[in-house]
Design a protein around this ligand. Structure first.
Ligand SMILES: NC(=O)c1ccc[n+]([C@@H]2O[C@H](COP(=O)([O-])OP(=O)(O)OC[C@H]3O[C@@H](n4cnc5c(N)ncnc54)[C@H](OP(=O)(O)O)[C@@H]3O)[C@@H](O)[C@H]2O)c1
Length: 294
């Protein structure tokens, strides 16, 4: 039997709908939740993500601002832009679109963002709080995965979750969320990466298999246990002459084959990517609600 398709578009709509009354309450108090996004350079994929974030803010009646910096902007100038946003009371969320050009020290940039405005959850303070199980802004993509599972009644408790990919923005925080001692988590987690040996033997043991590597079609049907839940975080552009843009988006998972083995699976597009943006809106509204005078 073919797997249940986890509809990220639908879940994202639900999350956004649930935010509307919270935003209305803020507006009544004269507070317009505001997100500022900084982008350096003109990478087409990054530009398209930033555009989607702006559109989502617009749809919810939130304030959004995109600060476009040239690829050659210095570290000092970038830091000054962030410091100004830290000090601006109209800005509740600050997001620096990654990856940054090679001459920029990414860690130093993430460290300078005020943790109370760090709606991406990448600052060391939020990452530390996440690992320790404290209150924090959770990184949007892995938190979106948790939300997808919760809303599809997929309980990770006691399950073996295998994550492929160990980046700071997906793999590691995904593991941190899944191992928390709390309802909706409590999984046993294994992380695989490019140095992992005999990966199929590990992925085949996964009750929940999450791929976040950026390699089209990497996860094949013979790497997946029958009945596993498969979450595809990967977003890859592959050439497609028939498509209007000359490419189409695919995930890391060989979707057509894996859906015949899995019990539930996220598609690309229409899966994790949609919830990522909804979780960013959620974090920004939360940041606005956290203002001490409220
Ligand atoms: N859906 C969303 O909203 C969303 C958000 C963020 C990212 N993404 C997508 O998710 C994917 C991963 O993003 P990222 O930022 O985490 O990427 P990243 O920083 O490049 O990290 C990729 C990870 O995958 C591992 N890896 C790469 N090739 C591998 C292989 N053949 N076997 C095993 N492990 C391998 C790498 O291992 P090493 O550490 O050993 O190098 C690394 O840990 C990309 O396609 C990206 O576009 C989607």
């Amino acid at each position: 039997m073919s797997a249940k398709i986890i509809d990220g578009t639908l879940i994202a709509q639900q999350i956004m709908e649930e935010l509307k009354p919270r935003i209305a309450r803020l507006l009544e108090k004269g507070i317009v939740p505001g997100l500022s996004v900084i982008i350096m350079g003109e990478d087409p994929a990054s530009l398209s993500y930033v555009k989607s974030k702006g559109k989502a803010c617009e749809r919810l009646g939130m304030r959004s601002e995109t600060i476009m910096l040239s690829e050659t902007t210095s570290q000092a100038d970038l830091m000054t832009v962030i410091s100004n946003l830290n000090a601006n009371p109209k800005v509740h969320g600050i997001l620096v679109q990654l990856p940054l050009p090679k001459h920029i020290n990414e860690d130093a940039v993430l460290e300078v963002i005020n943790p109370e405005k760090d709606v991406d959850g990448f600052s060391p303070i939020n990452m530390g709080r996440l690992l320790a199980g404290g209150e924090c802004f959770k990184p949007c993509t892995p938190n979106g995965v948790m939300e997808l599972m919760a809303r599809y009644d997929i309980d990770p408790a006691g399950k073996h979750a295998v994550i492929i990919g160990r980046s700071n923005i997906v793999g590691k925080p995904m593991a941190a969320l899944l191992i928390q001692k709390k309802k909706g988590a409590d999984a046993t987690v294994t992380i695989c990466h490019s140095r992992t040996k005999k990966m199929s033997a590990i992925t085949k043991k996964a009750d929940i298999l999450i791929s976040a590597i950026g390699n089209p079609g990497f996860v094949k049907a013979d790497m997946v246990k029958k009945g596993a839940v498969v979450i595809d975080v990967g977003i890859n552009r592959v050439e497609d002459k028939a498509a209007e843009k000359g490419y189409r988006l695919v995930g890391d998972v060989d979707f057509d084959a894996v859906k015949e083995v899995a019990s539930a699976i996220t598609p690309v597009p229409g899966g994790v990517g949609k919830t990522t943006i909804a979780m960013l809106m959620l974090n920004t509204v939360q940041a606005a609600e956290n203002i001490p005078k409220l």
